[in-house]
Design a protein around this ligand. Structure first.
Ligand code: 57M
Length: 358
């Protein structure tokens, strides 16, 4: 909104001309979201404690986790508030991609909120059933997929990292593909959110990577130079991803080991869906497999573990997701978390290099 309200005044006050620069709004979207999360999270923690919205910790996990019982959860409410308010302030709110990302975030946030609320406020440890969750997520993602499919001029071609000339047109199948990307990313972040700071770190790193991707994709000069599809207007999504980066950074101040608050499904589900939606808008869906490689590793470890146990009656890992395997091997929690952050940073750097390697 600031862009719409203040930029037109630059004829009177020349310094307001700065609002036309996306780079300026990206930086201040991140700073605003950080400050909102940093200042308001302590208040939310006190409120969650007053309301007794503490985490129920399962007793079948690593025993060290039992000490986390009662840690306030649903901190994701504030992550979302900071992202949405900062985006509304610094992005061009007439941009249809910004609204799509906001609606996707709110949609998945509602699914996570209901799940968390049932778990911690209604003492239903299972929360929503897996089928209820997947159905609700699928419906929100279907709405996003249909929006793209019927968006005039939107290409259903799939861009493949490293292969600039191989762009298969998925046609109608683009809708289920978009659903798979968004729901997959959402649940992969959710699975990863099992150690202090473990999910929010790679979310920050992926948000930073997609801030760069959205910026270059939405810029006719850089997209032409890099031989990647030019998507007019997609650049505004870099303000949204910058807000995710800033908000996650602020939340990390309180979620780092030993965590004072967990984000809850109300945080993990929408953050993953937001990254998935930006990946779809920027036509860099497959790149998310690399940028979000830690989330992919975590999800695959569960798939392999369950498949192995069901087919052979034996586990591959001491416990899945893989972060618990390292815990069971004796790694301290911060060591597991920071080492997975290091992998996330390396994967993000590699993914950005694919923008040039075509
Ligand atoms: C999401 N939730 C954490 C917190 C967070 C199919 C199976 C792999 C599912 C998976 C599962 O239950 N996933 C749910 C992970 C939980 O965190 C809460 O959930 C929110 C995120 N959705 O915000 O509110 C616990 O994680 C710990 N935690 C932290 N710090 C954080 O900042 O320490 C979370 C955030 C919290 C806290 O202890 O209570 C979770 O782990 O449940 N299941 C599992 O991950 C379980 N794995 C398992 O059963 N493996 C089996 C099979 C099924 C693969 C096997 O290996 O044979 C593990 N998780 C738990 N117990 N809690 C191990 C058993």
């Amino acid at each position: 909104m600031l862009y719409l309200w203040l930029y037109p005044l630059h004829t009177e006050f020349s310094f307001l001309n700065v609002f036309r620069y996306l780079s300026f709004r990206i930086i201040y979207a991140a700073v605003t979201a950080f400050l909102l999360a940093f200042v308001l999270t302590p208040m939310l923690i006190r409120k969650l404690q007053e309301m007794g919205l503490g985490q129920q910790v399962r007793d079948d996990g690593p025993s060290r986790h039992l000490a986390k019982t009662g840690t306030p959860t649903m901190g994701g409410l504030l992550i979302l508030f900071a992202v949405l308010l900062s985006t509304m302030l610094w992005a061009d709110v007439t941009n249809r991609y910004v609204w799509l990302a906001i609606l996707a975030t709110i949609g998945f946030g509602l699914v996570g909120f209901v799940d968390d609320y049932l778990k911690v406020a209604r003492n239903q440890p299972k929360g929503l059933s897996a089928s209820q969750k997947i159905l609700a997520q699928g419906l929100v993602a279907l709405g996003i997929g249909l929006f793209f499919y019927f968006l005039p001029g939107y290409s259903t071609k799939l861009s493949v990292p490293f292969f600039k000339n191989f762009t298969p047109d998925l046609g109608l199948f683009y809708i289920p593909f978009a659903i798979l990307v968004i729901v997959g990313a959402s649940n992969a972040v959710n699975l990863t959110d099992g150690l202090d700071g473990l999910a929010v770190g790679p979310v920050m790193i992926a948000a930073l990577a997609y801030t760069i991707v959205a910026y270059v994709v939405g810029n006719s000069i850089t997209s032409e130079y890099l031989l990647i599809p030019y998507i007019p207007g997609a650049g505004e999504l870099s303000v949204f991803t910058a807000a995710i980066f800033g908000s996650s950074l602020g939340f990390l101040w309180f979620n780092t080991y030993p965590a004072s608050v967990f984000m809850g499904d109300v945080g993990s589900l929408p953050l993953g869906a937001a990254l998935g939606t930006v990946a779809v808008v920027s036509k860099h869906e497959l790149l998310l497999l690399l940028v979000g490689g830690v989330f992919v590793i975590e999800a695959i470890s569960v798939i392999f573990q369950v498949a192995s146990y069901k087919s052979r009656g034996k586990r591959i890992f001491l416990m899945a997701p893989i972060h618990h395997h390292f815990e069971m091997k004796g790694w301290e929690e911060p060591k597991v978390v920071v080492r997975l952050w290091i992998i996330a940073i390396l994967l993000a750097l590699l993914s950005l290099s694919t923008l040039k390697l075509r």
